[in-house]
Design a protein around this ligand. Structure first.
Ligand SMILES: Nc1ncnc2c1ncn2[C@@H]1O[C@H](COP(=O)(O)OP(=O)(O)O)[C@@H](O)[C@H]1O
Ligand SMILES: [Mg+2]
Length: 242
């Protein structure tokens, strides 16, 4: 008989459906990351459910980017365990994991000279119309396709990197301060995109300081402080699973 992992956080969770729901997504158990004498994350245990947006907030240097990087194995925990849908991510093939879990980093790196080529980095087969459609989802007009990437503003680079990540059709998106260089209108486009993505069954882990954005999309809000998880609460978008 298959054994069922115990994901209880102290609350009993009796029905099979609830246990299944809690297994889908990421589970971190006592995750610690140290670099030299510095503790970037200390003993973090938390569930990040699938099909929802989990926001991660906290002061600069709190460990937010480190947490995101762990989830698609750009970093490895010094100790502790991370599972995805109940499977240790250390056992998954890294490139397969990264196709499934797309990271849009805080300081995005562009890899090509032209916007059209940039969106196609992970999807060479994508049609021109497909590129235009992805640009529209991040609030960029069709004429951007021919623009040189070197000429883009910081906010345009941020949105282009999000379009590039979406092109691979990941099931999960890790977004590191995706609206930090955007004005209010562009930030609203990203909020709507996150909402649509989650409505379509996707999972988002959103690092942000934008409380309006967090309130509009997050089902769970985590707060990190000096590498510790100091708060975990339901967000405005939480739905009951009982
Ligand atoms: N390789 C490293 N060695 C030592 N300290 C690091 C290293 N990488 C990041 N840090 C430090 O770890 C802390 C957490 O970093 P980070 O996860 O980027 O924080 P946040 O994204 O919340 O601003 C910061 O104080 C940062 O300076
Ligand atoms: Mg950061």
């Amino acid at each position: 008989m298959e054994s069922t992992p115990d994901y209880s956080d102290g609350n009993s969770c009796s029905s099979r459906a609830q246990i299944h729901m809690r297994m889908a997504g990421f589970r971190l158990e006592q995750v610690t990351v140290t670099r030299g004498l510095a503790t970037l994350l200390g003993q973090v245990s938390v569930s990040i459910p699938a099909g929802r947006c989990t926001a991660v907030t906290g002061a600069s240097g709190a460990g937010k980017s480190t947490l995101l990087r762990l989830l698609n194995r750009l970093d490895e925990p010094t100790s502790g365990h991370i599972t995805l849908d109940g499977v240790p991510i250390a056992e998954l093939e890294v490139l397969a994991l990264r196709r499934r879990v797309g990271l849009v980093a805080q300081a995005s790196v562009l890899l090509t000279d032209r916007v059209l080529d940039e969106v196609r980095v992970g999807r060479q087969d994508l049609s021109d119309a497909g590129v235009v459609e992805l640009l529209a989802r991040v609030g960029m007009e069709p004429w951007f396709t021919e623009r040189a990437t070197a000429e883009l503003s910081g906010g345009e680079v941020q949105r282009l990197c999000l379009a590039r990540a979406l092109a691979v059709e990941p099931k999960m998106l890790l977004l590191d301060e995706p609206t930090s260089a955007l004005d209010g209108a562009s930030a609203e486009v990203i909020g709507a995109l996150i909402g649509d993505y989650v409505s379509a069954g996707g999972t988002v882990v959103l690092v942000s300081h934008d409380h309006g954005l967090i309130e509009s999309v997050a089902a769970q809000v985590l707060v990190l402080d000096c590498g510790r998880l100091v708060s975990s609460r339901a967000g405005a978008r939480a739905v009951s699973i009982s």
